[in-house]
Design a binder for this molecule. Sequence first.
Ligand code: GUN
Length: 295
Amino acid sequence: MSEATIIDGKAIAADLRKKVGEAAAKLKSQHGITPGLAVILVGEDPASQVYVRNKGRQTVKAGMQSFEHRLPEETGEADLIALITVLNGNDEVHGILVQLPLPGHIREDRIIEAIDPMKDVDGFHPINVGRLAAGQAVLKPCTPLGCIILAKTVNPDLAGLNAVVVGRSNIVGKPVAQLLLDENATVTIAHSKTRDLALLTKTADILVAAVGRPEMIKGDWVKPGATVIDVGINRIDDGSERGRLVGDVDFDAARKIAGAITPVPGGVGPMTIACLLRNSLIAACIQANIDIPEI
Ligand code: GUN
């Protein structure tokens, strides 16, 4: 049997970053604006430190300004909100991202609500969540948007396809379901209480796995020919020092049945930062009242 097409998220993300970089250069030459992205990291979480470093590098590579704020673990909610308020008022900062998760003593919802919705490049502010629900999102959440872009490289028209999203988180599951609905897919959201999950996933033309459980979706849960988008990034112990990264889908089994599938790593992961840069560019355009370029 023929094996699935491997969707090359690394290459697709690089292409998107290049397009964003070109649009940023145009914004600079035509309007004198350099998009600026501020990233705030509280504490020392090693995975978050890697993400934040990569975000800063890619931002600069795309010709944008990067502002990095690293705050100690014990930073109080009021101090963090005070910093966000300063960034909200800084004209050089068009996008603000607070790296999650935050230390336990800080209420995430209070922090997200402090960000100016026009600068909320994550799309997490309740105003932007509401716009997304109404099909009017401008700043779309980055990882979900990355999933849609990848799925559309295989199925340019998602209209009428059965999409099953496994996972209902606010960061991925719910927003990706809404974006799929915007694409006129028929969308079902499955979660830990769903009955007969394998039966349901087998109906999916587009299967999005966003549960955070290593290789939970088995090969025979996949409909033959389906497009599988694996959002999971799980580090499992394989006896090596750093362990091995696997997705939420049993890749080796699923690739024999699916029509197309994203690998882990190198699938959805690289799309998140590329979409973040895209959102930063869009945010800069909105704030300057300039038409948003097609990217
Ligand atoms: N932590 C893991 N993913 C994300 C994301 O997309 N945005 C933010 N702010 N934090 C994260």
